[in-house]
Design a protein around this ligand. Structure first.
Ligand code: NDP
Ligand code: MG
Length: 390
């Protein structure tokens, strides 16, 4: 029997993190949890640690560390706080695979630290590749570390490529649900509320990615993620809206053959595949039934209405620090939209403003990217009324 895989789950209290723990709960013979981390939802983290008995936990909010230590020390579980502790913990001996399920730019440094320590990565945190795809994939090659995609579209592509490693990809088709505002005009989008944007038709996810899905920024981030994961040019990435979210993405090979991966929308499958690859593990999750879906439909994305997607594809084309600037500006835009400080369409305005004003760097190193990220955040906050800046 293969040895149990030892996991670090970064962001275990989030949507992907809790679903990853469900997978671990369902497959107790396969996985053992070594490290759990969160930002500030420490009650849930303590509960998870008492159940899964990791070696250590890391929290973001240092003020809550004494409480976490009190709860976990008697069980022999170590507890630390802060970003440096997180970077050190992923390098712990005994961890095989690090699942990066943090949200946003905060995922970059721990992912880099895990790669440097030679750990395989199950990558949910797409922002890492958007910000620093060139550096991260180069580091992974140098350390002979595998990056297994968790994002459902990228997992679909990865699954279609199994057994095809020698065959070049002609193109991929990334499917998009279109989100809750598919078919709406710009006039209608100007008036949409946070509550409407937070209701995704097919997926139950964290707030940031849910807003990104409504604005189609998520698909732009995913195109950039796919470029780095599968070494593609812009012309090889086609985006098609598929509202039922059954076909998770497609690979077209040079003989014209297309392979698609499909199934009900449930993130547990791509999470489990990233953790168990190359094995497929038995599950009793609901199966897709063709007769219940008489029509699977496809349409072009509307780039004129959903400008975020056009901005992201343009940033991908420009390369350099442009995707990093796009990401930073978007993180601030989403945060401000969630605080009701700006409207839905103003998110694209902020991103466009930052892309136009942060100086372009063609071949950025990590320090350049950190500076671009900080500058984009500063510019984005400067644009909005002072009451909302912090
Ligand atoms: P959530 O917001 O649900 O969870 C984020 C997790 O990261 C939480 O555990 C949170 O802790 C932790 N966290 C947030 N900020 C920090 C920080 N600064 N330092 C340390 N920990 C932090 O996000 P999701 O699970 O939805 O998404 C995670 C990633 O996966 C994103 O990059 C997203 O794009 C990607 N993804 C998600 C999908 C989904 O279905 N949810 C699908 C495909 C990709 P706390 O709970 O304490 O705040
Ligand atoms: Mg996705």
């Amino acid at each position: 029997m293969p040895r149990m895989k030892k996991l670090a789950i970064l962001g275990s209290t989030g949507s992907i993190g809790t679903q990853a723990l469900e997978v671990v709960r369902e497959q107790p013979e396969q996985f053992q949890v070594e490290l759990l981390t969160c930002g500030n939802r420490v009650d849930l983290l303590i509960e998870q640690a008492l159940e899964f008995k990791p070696n250590a936990v890391v929290i973001g909010d240092a003020a809550q560390l004494p409480r976490v230590k009190d709860a976990l020390f008697p069980q022999g579980i170590k507890a630390y706080a802060g970003p440096e502790a997180l970077e050190q913990s992923v390098a712990m001996e005994g961890i095989d695979t690090v699942l990066t399920a943090l949200v946003g730019y905060a995922g970059l440094k721990p992912t880099v630290a895990a790669i440097e320590a030679g750990k395989n990565i199950a990558l949910a945190n797409k922002e890492t590749l958007v910000v620093a795809g060139a550096l991260v994939t180069k580091a992974a090659r140098e350390k002979a570390v595998n990056i297994y995609p968790v994002d459902s579209e990228h997992s679909a592509i990865f699954q279609c490529l199994a057994g095809e490693w020698e065959n070049p990809i002609e193109k991929i088709v990334l499917t998009a649900s279109g989100g809750p505002f598919r078919g709406k005009s710009r006039e209608e989008l100007a008036a949409v509320t946070k509550a409407q944007a937070l209701k995704h038709p097919n997926w139950d996810m964290g707030a940031k990615i849910t807003i990104d899905s409504a604005s189609l920024m998520n698909k732009g981030l995913e195109a950039i993620e796919a470029k780095w994961l599968f070494n593609l040019k812009k012309e090889q990435i086609e985006i098609v809206v598929h509202p039922q979210s059954i076909i998770h993405s497609v690979v077209q090979f040079r003989d014209g053959s297309m392979k698609a991966q499909m199934g009900l929308p449930d993130m547990k499958l791509p999470i489990q595949y990233a953790l168990s690859y190359p094995q497929r593990l038995q599950t009793n999750w609901p199966r897709f039934d063709f007769t219940k879906y008489p029509a699977l439909t496809f349409e072009q994305p509307d780039l004129a209405t959903f400008r975020n997607l056009a901005l992201a594809l343009d940033a991908m084309d420009r390369g350099g620090n442009a995707p990093c600037v796009l990401n930073a500006a978007n993180e601030i835009a989403v945060e401000l939209f969630l605080k009701d400080a700006i409207g839905f369409l103003e998110m694209s305005d902020l991103v466009e403003h930052c892309l136009a004003h942060v100086p372009f760097t063609p071949d950025p190193q990590l320090a350049d990217l950190m500076a671009s990220d900080a500058e984009a955040r500063r510019l984005a906050r400067e644009r909005v009324p002072s009451a909302w800046r912090s």
